[in-house]
Design a binder for this molecule. Structure first.
Ligand code: PEP
Ligand code: MG
Length: 618
């Protein structure tokens, strides 16, 4: 693995799965997972409580030592202006009032130290939340950092700081959306994480924001230290720790080369970007935008999206540190999305919490979150959450065109219950003299059961959104965020293709619209297969629209159908990928790399155009 030397340190080269293109050189900013530490309450005897106070004091001493050494390191490497933050953190750990409060709680409540830190910390944070002054209120993140450090120190470990440099390259074990949402992405040059997959949430966000990202790096997080020099190449999947000067120069040149390419993808289209898209044989295809972060909103108009095909509302949680957004906050957010989407409208998805999504700290820790109380199940079991969201959407729908989308539907019964609740809230709004706009209700088709009962579901909802990310995950029993099973995440698996065709034809038979909004739609080759399977409406991260548009404008729908038919006949995903490679590669060679290139880790396409279709197409 090691190559050359620099400042006594050897270059260490890692190869992972590239999930967002581009390249960058910078300094490591280590971010631990991001999931808030789970803290449990333990009841102690009086003597144990006194011992617990001593354990707490030792943890405070450890945390202080860590902070002093971090401060020294930051001063040396980054200058005094970057080190003040640790001074502030140290002062917090000298604050007798906070420390006494924690110790008194341990002794009076016979509590373990972790729980006492959480109770005192929550109290302190609630005071910060009330502060009117923006600057002071924002300091609460420092309080959280210090509390997190204390909790880690109680376990004997070391917490790392956040937000040090302007050329930060995030290095995470697994970058969860809750952590991602806390970070200021304007300063993030690239992301490198040990775990993660093509359709993991963070990969989706990285692509949407144009940040190069490589996942599946296994041990990088353990070896990298905040402040270390690092390079990330989102095309080759190469990440180099302690790079030599030549390596930095090479990667910087690659970064300069890849930037204009992305800009060109965006700007080249001119007015064509906004003209209706037709295939070469005249079939109209609608391209819409998937959005979540406000940073993505600009892309909707820029890339000529016909409205918003999927608005992932979970972001509203992570922005508020896991707190449920109020009706007014939601009303503002949905009104903004309605204005953004214009007359083509936006499909607002009910909170799809749990699993790989943010908001987990509202929920109990689950043994198997992918199969747990998530998405529609969470909404139905916390009816007040659903009612608040429904009211906010209905009110915003009076200002612009909005539809409501139900996530992870597996049973018609869930649709009926959700529909009834939405109708009740509509009646209440009217009784209160408030305006409520017309809202169509659709189902995400992303669970195998929904495909099997698609004909029944189609009679109960107004439209289908096919979520291929979860459909692949649940059909093939492959965790979409786990790089060690990335080879099994196959978008062109015959079971996936049959399911897509079946769901689309159920919608057609029932006379309701359907769209495909999973990551598959964002890869031109896969988008062609989707059109061949009968899709006429695709929704994707806005930045992907130009390249999908370019290819679909040249494809005949009849040709796409014959490719899809051939894929449906295949026994394996490998065979289907070969069909696509052979049938499309002749006309669009840029979609596929020469076969002589080293095979990507997950054995799929490795081209400029389809490189990011799925873990099978890195
Ligand atoms: C999907 O599952 O394909 C989808 C579009 O939703 P998400 O990626 O938010 O789960
Ligand atoms: Mg989904």
């Amino acid at each position: 693995m090691s190559r050359r030397k620099k400042n006594g340190k050897r270059e260490v080269v890692w190869r992972g799965v590239s999930v967002a293109e581009g390249a960058a050189a910078g300094r490591v900013l280590r971010v631990h997972g991001g999931a808030r530490e789970q803290v449990f309450r333990a009841t102690l005897g009086a003597q144990e409580a006194r011992r617990e106070v001593r354990r707490f004091r030792a943890a405070v001493r450890l945390a202080r030592r860590q902070l002093r050494s971090l401060k020294r390191r930051a001063e040396q490497r980054l200058g005094a202006e970057h080190a003040y933050i640790f001074e502030a953190h140290l002062l917090m750990l000298e604050d007798r009032k906070l420390l006494d409060e924690i110790e008194e709680y341990i002794l009076s409540e016979h509590s373990n130290a972790e729980w006492a830190v959480k109770v005192a910390g929550d109290r302190l944070l609630s005071i910060y939340a009330e502060i009117k002054d923006d600057y002071l209120r924002e300091r609460s993140s420092d309080v959280e950092d210090v509390l997190g450090r204390l909790l880690v120190a109680l376990g004997g470990g070391e917490a790392e700081p956040r937000g040090l440099t302007e050329d930060a390259i995030l290095v995470a074990d697994e970058l969860l959306p809750s952590a991602a949402a806390e970070l200021d992405f304007t300063h993030v040059r690239a992301i490198a994480s040990d775990a993660g997959g093509w359709t993991s949430h963070t990969a989706i966000i990285a692509r949407a924001l144009g940040i190069p990202a490589v996942v599946g790096l296994r041990e990088l997080y353990r070896q990298a230290r905040t402040g270390d020099e690092i390079t990330v190449d989102g095309l080759s999947g190469e990440v180099i720790l302690h790079p030599s000067r030549e390596t930095v120069a090479r990667v910087q040149a690659e970064a300069r080369r890849s930037r204009p390419r992305a800009a060109e993808a965006a700007g080249d289209e001119g007015s064509a970007a906004h003209a209706p898209l037709r295939t070469a044989d005249g079939v109209e295809i609608v391209l819409r935008a998937n959005v979540e972060l406000p940073a993505e909103f600009g892309g909707v108009a820029r890339y000529g999206a016909r409205g918003v095909g999927l608005y992932r509302t979970e972001f509203l949680f992570s922005q508020r540190d896991g707190r449920l957004p109020t009706e007014e906050e939601q009303f503002d957010a949905y009104s903004r999305v309605a204005a953004l989407a214009g007359e083509d409208g936006a499909k607002v998805r009910l909170f799809d919490l749990g699993g790989d999504k943010p908001g987990a700290n509202l929920q109990e820790a689950e043994r198997n979150p992918a199969l747990g109380l998530r998405a529609i199940r969470y909404c139905l079991s916390r009816e007040e959450v659903l009612r608040t969201q429904a009211r906010a959407v209905l009110r915003a729908a009076a200002r612009g065109r909005l539809d409501l989308l139900l996530p992870m539907i597996s049973d018609v019964k869930d649709v009926r219950r959700a529909r009834r609740i939405v109708e009740e809230e509509r009646e209440r709004l009217v009784a209160e003299g408030q305006e409520a706009g017309p809202v169509r209700i659709g189902a995400m088709i992303e669970v195998p059961a929904a495909v099997l009962v698609a004909d029944k579901l189609a009679r109960e909802v107004d439209f289908f959104n096919l979520g291929t990310n979860d459909l692949v995950q649940y059909l093939l029993a492959v965790d979409r965020s786990n790089d060690s099973v990335a080879d099994w995440f196959r978008s062109l698996h015959p079971a996936v293709l049959q399911s897509i065709e079946r769901a689309l034809s159920a919608a057609r038979a029932a006379g309701i619209p359907s769209l495909v909004c999973g990551e598959m739609a964002a890869a031109p080759a896969y988008a062609t297969v989707l059109v061949g399977l009968g899709a006429r409406d695709l929704s994707m991260t806005p930045a992907a629209i130009p390249r999908v548009r370019r290819v679909l404008a040249e494809v005949e729908a009849g040709f796409a159908e014959s490719v899809a038919r051939e894929c449906l006949e295949c026994a394996t995903a490998d065979d289907a990928e070969e069909v696509v490679r052979v049938r499309l590669g002749g006309r669009w060679p840029q979609l596929f790399p020469p076969k002589s290139l080293p095979a990507p880790k997950s054995g799929g396409y490795n081209s400029e155009e389809v490189e990011h279709a799925s873990p099978t197409a890195p």
